[in-house]
Ligand binder design. Structure first.
Ligand SMILES: O=C(CO)[C@@H](O)[C@H](O)COP(=O)(O)O
Length: 759
């Protein structure tokens, strides 16, 4: 055993585990060891990892770094792990994973983000002051997805938590949450308590029981390494484990950005801007502030650019660049004057995260002439990325936050030119630190605090983080960027609509609707082909064909031969469809006299939504009994993890369901535009009056129409305010169902823009 002490900082990143051993006194990195993961995710939009792979990787990296450093494990004073966030795991009571972890980048919960935003809960102030968007990356949409799409897993999970919490429970036996994670990705209110009203509105209050109740701050002690965990890591039992958090936020600690006014710029394929502040504010185009998200009780404001390093890398590939490309092109670009002689690049090659929050925005090169060469384009890319960063700083400043200095980590630190452009454009000093591994160093600093080697994180950061140099802004060059920056700022508003229209017709129709969803309260279009008109011998095949052709939902007609004069399928067939189409939204319409008897079966079959007829409950006349019975039935449906909807026949007055919708007892109203029972009937145009009355009363409600809908009749229904369109014969009878689905969607999208029902 030596006199010098060390700490182990472990970064659980997306691509693998990186363990770093650091000297406590100086922060000097001694050795690193990596265990990579397979990062090919075969299913588009889905990204999963196995928690047991994390655990194995954690042990392998720790043992390796200890072995290779030659350090006596007894000289390791503490351990801390940071992880990706929000990466969700569902565990049983013994911390065994019930399913693969859903990685932060997994987008399957996109539909749930709309449900979250629609609650208008005060906890959403961190999402652009409630204007949104809510990201599918965050905890609540992911947990809601589990509740709605895998209700058994949700029900059986004793713990639903982060990768971080899984690791800590395995290391110490203590189930607790990180104060950082809950503040930045769990919608904790003012960083203190869980968002109870939000979970209640989403019908998942039981999530509170599955989340950790015990929240531990960054650098505080979670517990001591258990004997098994110690053996796994190659350390003695009893070593203190300090609380970590989201990798980017722990990197802030490793960059020494923990005091108000400092901003950490984490660069890679994207840019993440994390500013420390002692003021609480919310505003459009920014995320946060997250209360008490870091250390010292300070808050954090967040901005982000989706494509930055990825654009630089794209340009290199485009030019066929090999080794030495960046040296060559950086040198040439340094000779090009600021502003690139009129050439301006908008870097939105994969959309814009902040401040526009437009996933459909795209890259633009403007002002191109024959005199511009490769070096101009390269420099214009660096300038465009720097303009994007300045625009984020401007949005923050509009809310009263101005960074006094920026500390940079990641790829951008390798280009002096890029850092100088960043500093000149933003007119702020940019600093780099000596240790490039900011997340691992940040975790090591937290471990040192947890081990009692320093009294505070600030003390530890002062001793363990070292600056390598400062790139100062040059005021005269900052002034030279004025014209180019003005051109950059003008590009997005001028070209937004044109760029949206450049996508394919289908992408245009869906995505414009989605993009507008952040600012428009009318719910987005959902097109639901009715399986009543599908090939009944191949229902599962028909479901995948429709999803491929652009369907949002599948409408499943369940008829009992009593409420209507037709007999179709029941819960067992729904269960088979679910087995074959795990993520499909199965919208089950019960034309049945006793709908309550089918709820358990449909829940077990993992239906997504259940619609019952108002005429089938109470006296069927919309009296007080019918309303309370319908409300109770809807509550039962929701309690089983499904959406609840009520349907009316064409002749039933719309006022019948007003008490239900006014009480938010249902998620959707289905206005039948034919007598229920059979497909292929003629659309009843007069039902549009009912739709219009309901839409005026409930601007945010999903309103469904069903029966006789095609590309012509849908216009009247959409103009009355319907946003969910069921169509059987029109879709399945066409030799190009995708075209019909796009046509139906376009009618809703167009009406949603002009809102004719208000006129
Ligand atoms: O289920 C019913 C009526 O109960 C049908 O309205 C179908 O759901 C839609 O069929 P098309 O009218 O589009 O053929």
């Amino acid at each position: 055993m030596g006199s010098e002490k060390y700490v182990l900082g472990i970064d659980g990143g997306t691509g693998g585990i990186r363990a770093g051993l650091f000297a406590v006194a100086t922060g000097e990195p001694i050795a690193f060891a990596d265990t990579p993961y397979d990062t090919s995710y075969p299913k588009p939009g889905h990204a999963e990892q196995s928690p047991s792979d994390w655990w194995d990787g954690l042990g392998a990296s720790s043992r390796k770094v200890l072995r290779e450093s030659g350090i006596d494990p007894r000289d390791v004073a503490g351990v801390c792990v940071d992880t990706t966030c929000c990466t969700v795991v569902a565990l049983d009571a013994d911390a065994n994973a019930l399913r693969p972890a859903i990685l932060w980048m997994d987008m399957r919960a996109s539909d749930q983000t709309k449900q979250v935003l629609a609650t208008r809960d005060p906890a959403l102030s961190v999402n652009g002051d409630g204007a949104g968007p809510v990201s599918a990356e965050w905890m609540i949409p992911k947990a809601l997805w589990l509740a709605q799409c895998e209700p058994e897993t949700f029900r059986d999970a004793a713990m639903i938590c982060e990768y971080q919490d899984y690791v800590n429970v395995k290391l110490t036996g203590r189930y607790c949450g990180s104060a950082n994670n809950v503040a930045v990705r769990w919608h904790f209110v003012d960083g203190r308590g869980p968002p109870t009203s939000l979970l209640k509105s989403l019908n998942i209050p039981e999530l509170l029981e599955k989340w950790p109740k015990d929240i531990v701050g960054l650098g505080d002690v979670v517990g001591a390494l258990t004997r098994d965990a110690a053996t796994h890591l190659g350390l003695p039992a009893g070593v203190p484990v300090a609380q970590g958090g989201a990798d980017a936020f722990v990197a802030m600690v490793g960059l020494g950005t923990i005091e108000p006014g400092q901003l950490a710029l984490i660069t890679g394929s994207s840019h993440l801007h994390l500013g420390v502040t002692d003021r609480r504010f919310h505003g459009r185009g920014i995320w946060g502030t997250y209360s008490c998200a870091l250390v010292g009780g300070h808050d954090v404001v967040e901005g982000g650019q989706t494509s930055t390093g990825s654009v630089v890398n794209w340009f290199k590939t485009l030019c066929g660049g090999g080794d030495g490309f960046y040296d060559e092109v950086n040198a040439a670009a340094a000779e090009v004057p600021p502003g690139c002689e009129g050439l301006v690049v908008q870097e939105h090659l994969q959309g814009n995260r902040t401040p526009h929050t437009d996933p459909l925005s795209r890259g633009v090169v403007s002002g191109l002439t024959l005199r511009h060469g490769r070096a101009h384009v390269f420099r214009a890319i660096l300038e465009g990325i720097s303009f994007g960063t300045r625009l984020i700083f401007d949005a923050m400043e509009a809310n009263g936050y101005k960074p006094s200095e920026v500390v940079v980590a990641g790829g951008a630190t390798r280009s002096d030119l890029w850092l100088q452009i960043h500093a000149d454009v933003a007119n702020v000093p940019f600093k780099r630190t000596k240790c490039a591994d900011a997340p691992a160093l940040g975790a090591a600093i937290l471990a040192a605090v947890g081990a009692g080697c320093y009294a505070t994180v600030a003390d530890a950061a002062r001793a363990m983080v070292h600056m390598e140099g400062v790139v100062h802004p040059r005021p005269e060059v900052h002034a030279q960027y004025a014209r180019a920056y003005a051109a950059y700022k003008a590009t997005y508003p001028a070209l937004r609509r044109v760029i949206h229209r450049q996508g394919s017709e289908a992408a245009f129709a869906t995505s414009v609707d989605d993009a507008d969803a952040a600012t428009d309260e009318t719910p987005v279009a959902k097109i639901a082909p009715s399986l009543l008109a599908a090939d009944q011998g191949d229902l599962a095949g028909e479901v995948s064909r429709m999803i491929h052709d652009g369907a949002d939902w599948l409408h499943v007609d369940i008829m009992d031969g009593h409420f209507v004069n037709n007999l179709t399928i029941g819960p067992p067939v729904v269960a088979h469809l679910r087995a074959r189409a795990r993520d499909a939204f199965l919208d089950c319409h019960l034309s049945c006299s006793n709908p309550g008897s089918l709820i358990d079966g449909l829940a077990a079959a993992r239906a997504s939504s259940v619609t019952f007829h108002i005429e089938a409950v109470g006296g069927g006349d919309g009296d007080g009994d019918a309303t309370s019975e319908a409300a109770a039935l809807a509550a039962t449906i929701r309690a089983r993890g499904m959406r609840a909807a009520v349907a009316l026949k064409p002749s039933t007055p719309i006022e019948t369901v007003f008490p239900l919708v006014d009480a938010d007892a249902v998620d959707m109203v289905l206005c039948l535009t034919v007598e229920p029972g059979f497909g292929g009937q003629k659309f009843t145009a007069s039902v549009c009056d009912k739709v219009r009355a309901l839409r005026r009363r409930r601007p945010r409600l999903d309103i469904q129409v069903d029966g006789g809908l095609n590309e012509d009749t849908v216009v009247a229904a959409a103009c009355a305010g319907a946003n969910v369109v069921v169509a059987g014969s029109a879709v399945f009878g066409s030799d190009d169902p995708g075209r019909v689905i796009r046509g139906l969607r376009r009618a809703v999208v167009d009406a949603r823009r002009t809102k004719p029902w208000l006129g």
